[in-house]
Design a protein around this ligand. Structure first.
Ligand code: FEO
Length: 398
């Protein structure tokens, strides 16, 4: 386990978690992840920026030993979540000389969540600078990416911005740098969709402060380092601010093929009218993929049969998740089949209070869809086409 040089005086000492497949008991990790920690050494002081998930603590220790980091003056905790701060107690036990630096809120959370002794933590102010001897760490509070205590660190002498979760990607790779790899961008988009999208308005407002620094490197705490920051900054501008695409996402499931038949008729009708459609089966879904589709979609149409008087529980879960993720979508509808009645549409509508959507009239049918139902689905597709035409779209992504 060796440290890897990022630039002069800055080494990567993190861990690659090739085999992890689930995060927060919720988020699928098809490509694993990494926990990046960085060692910054000035002439008069050494700082460790973040740690790793506790399961990988021995890897961090081995890399620190390889780097010859016998003395660590400061441990910068950008974010109190366990995957970055979970190994802090172990580092502090091995290094009695180390002081943890965090925001005031971060200090509280490190004590509450990880049992870090309060006397080992010093709160830093927004904009506060720390001189390590020829190298300076400047701490910039950046709350709600994605917890309230978060901050980023700017190292002006090397023009590196350490952003912890922000701009990260759940991607296990041997590459230290991202280049302009499409796979990295896909991982970053998945990460944005799952973690950052609910906070997109706050991130957008604060992004200028970071871009104004004109970093030469962006070093997140998941995935590779961006040595051409515009690669990820351009992507974030698009995800955060561009109008939604001419795209309808149709998360659906079907128990006895009636709802599936409705979805097929609707999807064909949308394609004929020039809309891009993603038909997404909720039976055994990769919810990260659904989240990625919601980054760009102008519309969501939920397809579900009625089960015990309401939506199928898996459709309800998808609606609940979409509500939490707060995507840009502007229009919503529901289609589905029922046996003898129920309040499916009302129940689904009550699950998405965060979404500022125009709800278009749903199409429900009893049992198998007949000719009249198919006409209603054609009419619904025509209404979506008309709504999409009103949007200033940025085209269909490749
Ligand atoms: Fe990578 Fe919010 O932790």
């Amino acid at each position: 386990m060796q440290a890897r040089r990022v630039v002069e005086s800055v080494d990567w000492v993190g861990a690659i978690d090739w085999d992890r497949r689930l995060f927060d008991a919720l988020i699928p990790l098809p490509d694993g992840t990494s926990y990046n920690a960085y060692l910054v050494r000035g002439s008069s002081g050494t700082a460790l920026l973040d740690t790793v998930d506790p399961a990988c603590a021995q890897i961090l220790s081995a890399r620190l030993a390889h780097a010859g980091a016998e003395h660590i003056d400061f441990l910068v905790a950008h974010h109190a979540e366990q995957d970055h701060s979970g190994a802090i107690p172990l580092v502090l036990a091995a290094h009695p000389e180390t002081t943890v630096l965090a925001t005031e809120k971060g200090k509280t959370m490190l004590v509450d969540h990880l049992g870090v002794p309060a006397e080992r933590i010093r709160a830093v102010r927004d904009g506060e600078r720390l001189n390590l001897g020829g190298l300076t760490l400047e701490f910039l509070h950046f709350p709600w990416v994605h917890w309230p205590e978060t901050m980023v660190t700017w190292l002006p002498e090397r023009r590196i911005l350490f952003t912890c979760d922000l701009f990260g990607s759940h991607l296990a790779t041997s590459e230290l740098f991202a280049g302009e790899d499409a796979g990295v961008l896909l991982g970053a988009k998945r990460y944005y969709a799952e973690i950052m999208m609910p906070f997109r308005n706050l991130i957008e407002k604060r992004l200028e402060r970071l871009t104004g620094l004109r970093p030469a490197y962006i070093a997140p705490s998941h995935g590779p380092i961006y040595e051409r920051p515009e690669f990820i900054l351009e992507a974030y501008r698009e995800w955060l601010t561009a109008p939604p695409h001419n795209l309808i996402v149709v998360p659906y499931l079907s128990m006895h093929a009636s709802t599936r038949r409705m979805v097929e008729v609707f999807v064909e009708a949308c394609i004929r009218r020039g809309m891009r459609v993603e038909q997404f089966d909720l039976t055994d879904p990769d919810l990260g993929k659904l989240a990625m589709l919601l980054v760009d979609a102008a519309s969501i149409v939920i397809g579900t049969p009625v089960v015990l008087g309401g939506p199928h529980p898996k459709a309800a879960y998808a609606a609940y998740l979409a509500n939490l993720l707060r995507p840009k979508a502007r229009f919503l509808s529901v289609l589905g089949s029922y046996g003898w009645g129920g309040k499916m549409v009302e129940q689904l509508a009550a699950m998405i209070p965060n979404l500022k959507l125009e709800v278009l009239p749903p199409v429900l049918c009893k049992g198998l869809p007949g000719a009249d139902d198919c006409e209603s689905l054609e009419a619904l597709a025509a209404t979506f086409a008309e709504r999409h035409a009103r949007l200033t779209t940025v085209g269909i992504p490749s």
